[in-house]
Design a protein around this ligand. Sequence first.
Ligand code: A3P
Length: 284
Amino acid sequence: MGDPPNDWLFYFRGIPFMHQIYNTESLEKLEDFEVMDDDVFITTYPKSGTTWMQVLLSLVYVEGDESRVKDINNFDRAPWLEAMMNDVLNRKRPRLISSHLPFNLQPRMLREGKGKVIHVLRNPKDTLVSFYHFHKLTKFLESPSDFQTFIEQFIDAKVFIGSWFNHVRGWYENTHPNILHVTYEDMTNDLDDVIKKVCEFLGKSLTNQQVESVKHHSSFNVMRDNPKTNHSKVEIFDFEKGTFIRKGKVGDWKDYFTVAQSERFDDVYHESMVGLDLDFIWDL
Ligand code: A3P
């Protein structure tokens, strides 16, 4: 493991975290965090569709009432476990809690099956491209010098939250009934089906009209234009460099990877994910 990849990051149990947002003491305390039966965690590797699921679930909980996402910021509706503990503790139940932590750094009670988890995952080439742009946008991360360098940093786990391969394996291998796995590609392909599965998982029942409202207010264009969901008021981003709700496409990676880069990535992917029953949609 050695020294942290750069001055912007520090290691906690082998995983790189941003100095500006996280600290060792609060990460250590998470082991004993008290999980409630009705807690719902959204867990993701960064850039996999976290914000989209935060908005979708926020709406499902209020039967599609748009004021929930028009009036309240993402961070306040679904605070981050590892960075906003006081907000999490002050939330009214049922709590919606977001987390980028790998499975093994989650609270013990969650690992033992308490609460519910919706784990969102996305094909790693699109995740990587989105993360590349995110590094440029975020003031607290080193801006990558070029795309090729970033591919190697991503493969070598020298990015915030570390290895995509280990993160996804750690969550996906987990077949506990309290965990629902949802892919970004499924959300893009058939959001009705994802909403149905999410509602079944959470024991919610929505009318067709309420489902339409959830779909509308969590759609790419509506989220992009809503300051409470597009992060445009969040100070850690430099909006001269881009937008948070950026492109929202499956297969965007094709505009970035050369054939050689794609083949190299595929080799690493197949080697790292061997034995895992996981099929991504890479293009639509
Ligand atoms: P791109 O950078 O590829 O556009 P996260 O919330 O985990 O950080 O993920 C951000 C990614 O999800 C970004 O991907 C963003 O544009 C995309 N996204 C956010 N809301 C979306 C929506 N409603 N539909 C499709 N993609 C969405």
